[in-house]
Ligand binder design. Structure first.
Ligand code: ATP
Ligand code: MG
Ligand code: FE
Length: 344
């Protein structure tokens, strides 16, 4: 079956086509340039951009795949989590297509999509995988027995997500928004051992309750204090060393906890997804530590880490394969859709 996936949870308008487990096309339009000058996503601006980009992006995807709209068998759309306005634009387009074409509609979970997209890239998951989804809004550790019907959340962030922490540290270092990719670039030139920043929730006292949870807001504050102290003393800030030491702290905690969870549950395959999995410090450390631990590591190429339509088509295609009941045409978007809900 041919599934059309639509993603509009944030600033990217993503449209993709998947036939079974094969990705035919993935088209993305972004309104980030418009948000960058405000230092954050303006929901109203993003909603208007989705409205303008929707039809052209659908047309572009169909043309690139050389597919006629009438050939589409099912529509998948992000139902949440995300920004309500942008989500509503995507859902409206998906409902209109489903009604017009007389095909089923599947409202799917964006965060699960960040992991599921790897099936379209590297092939179907084995029976059990561990998934670490790290993005602007989430740092979640998921045990996946089935990407549609068997997702268990082992841990999540108690405060800032990894990407959010990078963006906030980026701001305090005076970098453009979003700071994540800039810190990544600077960190490659710095010494990761230069400053010993804290590793949140790794102390023995946190192990019982928060073995697989994450916290990065204390780390962010520690970086701010360190930078302020230097500034107050009239000293120059070694920006590359700060970036490298900060990025190492985040990657260290993420990989240590994730690999511990794989060991504890006897899981041999780790999938990392979400916008923050574009981070090279995380990718490098995960590759090194998974190799040591004998864990197979799967990370999609960067264009499938950040928001895109393929991740939504991937969940839709998996739902269709499992014969899941479609969503109601009056499905409501949910800005804080829980991860236990893969489809609605
Ligand atoms: P969610 O998926 O939780 O709804 P989101 O969709 O806003 O959140 P994504 O688009 O998946 O998030 O990811 C964006 C985040 O990834 C931003 O915080 C951005 O700074 C971060 N990011 C992207 N590339 C890198 C990189 N190379 N290094 C660090 N952070 C990065
Ligand atoms: Mg984005
Ligand atoms: Fe995302």
């Amino acid at each position: 079956p041919l599934v059309l996936g639509i993603e509009t949870s944030c600033d990217e308008t993503g449209v993709a086509l998947a036939r079974g487990e094969e990705l035919l096309v993935d088209a993305v339009a972004s309104s980030m340039d418009e948000h960058a000058r405000y230092g954050g996503i303006i929901p109203e601006v993003a909603s208007r951009a989705h409205l303008e980009a929707m039809v052209p992006t659908i047309r572009r995807a169909l043309a690139e795949a050389d597919v006629d709209l009438g050939e589409v068998d099912a529509i998948a759309v992000t139902a949440g989590p995300g920004l309500v306005g942008p989500l509503t634009i995507g859902a409206a387009a998906a409902k209109a297509l489903a009604v017009g074409l007389g095909v089923p509609l599947y409202g799917v979970n964006h965060v699960i999509g960040h992991a599921a997209v790897d099936e379209l890239v590297h092939g179907p998951f084995p029976d059990r995988v561990m998934a670490l989804v790290v993005s602007g809004g989430h740092s979640s550790l998921l045990m996946v027995d089935d990407i549609v019907t068997g997702v268990t959340e082992l841990g999540s962030t108690l405060d800032d997500a990894a990407g959010e922490a990078f963006d906030k540290v980026g701001r305090l270092l005076g970098l453009p928004y979003p700071g994540g990719p800039h810190i990544d670039r600077l960190a490659r030139e710095g010494d990761r051992e230069a400053i010993r920043f804290p590793r949140g929730l790794t102390a023995p006292k946190d192990q019982a309750k928060h073995a697989y949870d994450f916290s990065f807001s204390g780390l962010k504050t520690a970086v701010a204090r360190w930078v302020e102290a230097r500034q107050d003393a009239g000293q120059e800030i070694p920006v590359a060393d700060v970036a490298a030491s900060f990025a190492y702290s985040v990657a260290d905690v993420l990989t240590a906890k994730t690999i511990a969870a794989c060991r504890r549950h006897g899981v041999e395959t780790l999938v990392i997804g979400g916008g923050f999995s574009a981070n090279s410090q995380l990718r490098d450390l995960a590759a090194e530590r998974c190799a040591e631990a004998g864990i197979e590591l799967r990370i999609p190429p960067i264009r499938y880490c950040t928001d895109n339509g393929a991740m939504i088509a991937a969940v839709g295609a998996a739902a269709v394969r499992r014969g899941l009941a479609p969503s109601d045409l009056d499905l409501a978007v949910d800005s804080s859709m829980p991860l236990t809900l893969v489809t609605v």
